[in-house]
Write a new protein. Structure first.
Lengths: 390, 390
């Protein structure tokens, strides 16, 4: 059931421990489900109750602490010894009197890990303000530090096995996008197009199945294209309107996202012009992005192309992607925007997302790339253009 | 686009303000996406960046503060005046130097709302420890209080319009469960069964479409049935094994969940016996649950039935459901378990979830009920039994 060799997990844990030493951490409490999976293999839709993987310099293996009913899930999906899998009683769940992080604190105390410098992923979705308060209250002799995205930054460089999953996700995505473009037709209900998209995402290919994507299909249509994060309704698609498709393929929790814009009928000239500029900017970035450049340098190349055409975009034009759980497939590390001085390195995977959202219209044509020593290689092979169905 | 009349939103906001007065709060920062939707209509997959609805006693309308690129989404989906919709610049997103909650603090200061008693949803998924820290740092003259699940507790009682969405969700669910039971066959890949389930969830019925569910289809199979939260793989279903289907229909973000267990072949006697007990316990609860009883009293009736049969269950046997976003369709209020002394009231909607998970097998047969003045009415009409496909 493990997605990777045991040794790959051990290497990742070693990398985390090295960073922990650099940051002066004795213990790291990992709450981000993608980071938990990355370090142990743990995989389940259980992140809706508090849980954590604990990495300690003093321990070879991490601990995995989950709700009691998820303990068998940890046995099935992780490589950890059973002694390191711990379930908390169900009366900790959504209780006013006690918090699952109180239980975690007890576990840490019992193993001598409740003191020293403890790192917390302070801005991880499922590490709430109450989770932090509980730990502060229970572990009075510990010193807490914000570990930020320590593990996420290790995830930024993909291993060969991870890249293989990314390529499989790209194969799934190619099917998904083809299905989606076919499905968007005047008179078809948005929800019925989504039904086909979701089915293609799950079925994957004949060789390997698809996994759930961390973001559901986005398909803003009509005036909805002026904003990126609207989901579907049961209204039909309308001739004379654009629909943005932002979709992904997912394989063993690895994502290959992509956006395309479909116009039903004859598109207005401003959309045709915008598409031309967006594709030119995107192609420029794909052609020149290379290890050694910084994120802001790459963004600058994109900005130069669109500025010439009089288009302004304030939001970032790309971010690191890979292993993830809802609500986001982005890794919260690299952003292609001014001020991000991260130097690009081989085996990063980046979603180049040059979306333009104006007052009452918008366009997205995006590409997910694998950065190799020789430059950017798009993972999926979908025509890079405004799709016109007239 | 609004799911409810403007007046219904205004009534909800009034209810929140009454509770705020009881709790001594001047301002409430609402981060839970379901609560944001409940109070304003806001609907978008944008909760992966920090955002909030702010209710202040001193203001008629709430504020809705989202990422800049989601501002048009707020215009399209909420009933609020444009002056109360505020977007933050994109360089706040996943930045090491500043946090979106810094921006929110500035907005509050500018409107004179940055002081007094400010309530925070301390254990809401998307209100991270870092979000709280940012507010503490920026608003030094405010007194922060944990507002817990103040808005969630108002959501517990459903309005007639909400109940109508719940019933529509139940119609969708009935289709979904039928499709799912059909799809689970020896040799069929799990991912291909899920493809059909997801398609049925999105398509809904001919009269109304389905929405994405807050939890993806759960279908632990074989030894996986010993734990509830495993998702699918691309392995085929196997004759001689059980599969648990925990699925929902969703309509305008309102959920009707249900679980059934399917056995391929001739089921072992222990599964047949367990099913009989679970169904008997479930039927008992459906027959006797009524306004005026407490949650723990209802759970006790279930416990009495299964104890006679020698089955023990430590996890709660039900919880409140309705409007929600990933990762959970539960409302984090009522739990049917010992110690929960909440008195049941008319128009609560509760997922009775008597799952049994043993060392290497498990069973789930669940039902979502509408509690009326005359007792419990199951929302969906699916045969309540172990499904045997021999």
């Amino acid at each position: 059931m493990l997605a990777f060799d045991r040794q790959e997990y051990l290497d990742r844990i070693e990398n985390v421990k090295l960073r922990m030493m650099q940051f002066g951490l004795d213990v790291l409490i990992v709450s981000d489900p993608a980071n938990m999976n990355y370090l142990t293999g743990y995989d389940g839709w259980s992140f809706y109750t508090p849980q954590a993987v604990v990495v300690a310099l003093a321990q070879d293996e991490p601990l995995c602490v989950v709700r009691g009913i998820d303990l068998n899930g940890a046995k099935v999906t992780t490589f950890l010894e059973e002694a390191n899998l711990i379930g908390y009683p169900d009366d900790y769940v959504q209780s006013k009197r006690k918090h699952p992080m109180d239980f975690l604190a007890e576990v840490l105390e019992a193993r001598g890990l409740g003191r020293g410098n403890i790192g917390l992923e302070m801005d991880s979705y499922y590490f709430t303000a109450a989770s932090a308060e509980a730990l502060y209250q229970q572990l009075r002799s510990a010193t807490f530090k914000n570990a930020h995205t320590l593990v996420n930054w290790i995830r930024v460089i993909k291993s060969p096995a991870e890249l293989e999953y990314m390529r499989q996700a790209a194969r799934i995505l190619e099917n998904v996008m083809t299905v989606a473009i076919d499905a968007v037709e005047p008179g078809v209900r948005q929800c019925d197009a989504v039904a086909k998209i979701l089915a293609a995402q799950a079925s994957g290919t004949a060789d390997f199945g698809g996994d759930y994507t961390s973001i559901v299909p986005m398909l803003p249509t009509g005036i909805g294209t002026s904003t990126p994060h609207l989901t579907w309704s049961d209204k039909p698609f309308v001739k004379g309107e654009a629909t943005i498709l932002e979709l992904a393929g997912c394989r063993r929790r690895y994502h290959c996202p992509q956006a395309r814009t479909v116009f039903l009928g004859k598109p207005p000239q401003k959309l045709v012009d915008a598409a031309k500029v967006v594709v030119e900017g995107l192609n420029t970035v794909i052609n020149v992005a290379a290890p050694g450049l910084t994120c802001e340098e790459v963004e600058g190349m994109w900005r130069a192309v669109i500025s010439k055409a009089g288009i302004k975009k304030d939001s970032r034009m790309g971010y690191s992607v890979g292993l993830n759980y809802p609500p986001d497939w982005g890794e919260h590390t690299i952003s292609l925007r001014p001020g991000d001085k991260t130097v690009l390195q081989p085996d990063m995977t980046i979603h180049l997302m040059p979306g333009i959202w104006e007052d009452d219209w918008g366009i997205e044509i995006s590409e997910c790339i694998h950065l190799t020593e020789n430059g950017a290689v798009p993972l999926a092979n979908t025509p890079r253009e405004l799709i016109v169905k007239d």
